[in-house]
Design a protein around this ligand. Structure first.
Ligand code: SAM
Ligand code: SF4
Ligand code: SF4
Length: 351
């Protein structure tokens, strides 16, 4: 990966947050139907996913990413939907890995297709993977994936990623009250001492269709207390500004875990992420209601300078702090979600 980062300017938003990370969704489709993201009642047979011509081509994604890197983006994450459903994904990885300024290139996946793609992704220049896995017992996993695969396939994917050198691997688990709280300690037992980093995520009110309710959130503090009672933990300093996970290490030396407390302890103040949907809309917040149409710009006659100017303008006007606002609202009204009612769905912008 190139280290020519000197060309970049720092681009700051209204709240003085630099543009540093870009999440790129490469498809809105998924082979799972996790009820907290794409409930099967909504994303059924007849759901209208994006038609192919609407989806950004690899050369369009590469061009935009180059421009983002010139504005300060250093970290890229490929996501979806399920990114491994996108044909020829290693070709995109190769294009992105060669962009001057890009220092980190990661992928988030549900892991089911990872065993067959891990080697090719690594060879193309992928640095790391995050695999989502919400439970180890089959019944709970089935419930949380929409009955689309078996736990063993995800574990095989994790193992294939490890042997391909895509490490350290992060394992993401969304924890929902009454559904998979029991899975927390089982996941801890499975991944302690392996070098993989388990990250427990508070259930968020992303999108509009996952029946979010504050009562269903297991707070970071509750999760930590449960783990600490069995395996004592101590905090670790953040690796870099803009990191979303609170980090802890097991006192017995068995490695690290992370907690993403986006509901109970929002981190908007350090949020340096832009998100690109598969159809080329730019969102400056996970809870955005409206994207900025970059595809029209790319497919028109705009030069790179014009695109760069547009991106800079969008970022400079950014003032999003949805989770903090939700926090302020829920102090007054405990069951409230945040302010907007037409938030973008998670499968469009990838978490
Ligand atoms: N399909 C891939 C996967 O599941 O890893 C990538 C896309 S998925 C939208 C990215 C991450 O968002 C996953 O780790 C998933 O668990 C998380 N996620 C989705 N809906 C969520 C919700 N309502 N609250 C918290 N995390 C959520
Ligand atoms: Fe698919 Fe990932 Fe959403 Fe689950 S969380 S439905 S695997 S996009
Ligand atoms: Fe960033 Fe929006 Fe999440 Fe706040 S709510 S951390 S601004 S994505």
């Amino acid at each position: 990966m190139s280290s020519e980062s000197s060309i970049a300017l720092t681009t700051l938003d209204v709240l003085q947050r630099p543009l540093q990370d870009l999440r790129i969704s490469v498809t809105d489709r998924c082979n799972f139907r996790c009820p907290y993201c794409m409930p099967s009642e909504v994303f059924g047979e007849r759901y209208a996913f994006l038609p192919k011509p609407e989806i950004l081509r690899f050369e369009e994604i590469e061009r935009l990413t180059r421009i983002f890197a010139q504005l300060g983006v250093r970290k890229l994450r490929i996501t979806g939907g399920e990114p491994l459903l996108r044909a020829e994904l290693p070709c995109l990885i190769e294009r992105l890995a060669g962009i001057p300024g890009v220092e980190d290139l990661a992928l988030t996946t549900n892991g089911v297709l990872l065993a067959q793609h891990a080697e090719a992704l690594r060879a193309a220049g992928l640095v790391r993977v995050t695999v989502s896995l919400d439970a180890l017992d089959e019944a709970t996993f089935q419930r949380l994936s929409g009955r689309r695969a078996e736990v063993a396939r995800v574990l095989d994917g994790i193992e294939a990623a490890r042997s391909a050198g895509l490490a350290p691997i992060k394992i993401n688990a969304v924890v929902i009250k009454g559904v998979n709280e029991h899975a927390v300690l089982e996941l801890v037992d499975q991944f302690r001492g392996t070098g993989h980093i388990l990250r427990l995520i508070e259930f968020m009110d992303v999108g509009t269709r996952n029946a979010w309710d504050r009562e269903r959130v297991v707070s970071a503090d509750e999760m930590l207390a449960r783990i600490d009672a069995v395996y004592p933990l101590e905090p670790v300093a953040p690796a870099r500004a803009g990191d979303v996970a609170r980090r802890y290490r097991y006192r017995d030396g068995a490695g690290e875990i992370g907690i993403i407390a986006s509901v109970s302890e929002p981190f908007c103040g350090g949020c340096t992420r832009a998100r690109l949907s598969a159809d080329g809309q730019l969102f400056t917040c996970l809870f955005g209601t409206q994207g900025y149409d970059l595809k029209a710009l790319l497919r028109g006659t705009a030069s790179d300078d014009v695109v760069r100017q547009r991106l800079r303008e969008i970022w400079r006007r950014r003032s999003d702090r949805y989770s903090e606002e939700r926090g302020e609202l829920t102090m007054a009204q405990p069951s409230a979600s945040g302010p907007a009612h037409s938030r973008v769905e998670m499968n469009r912008i990838g978490g």
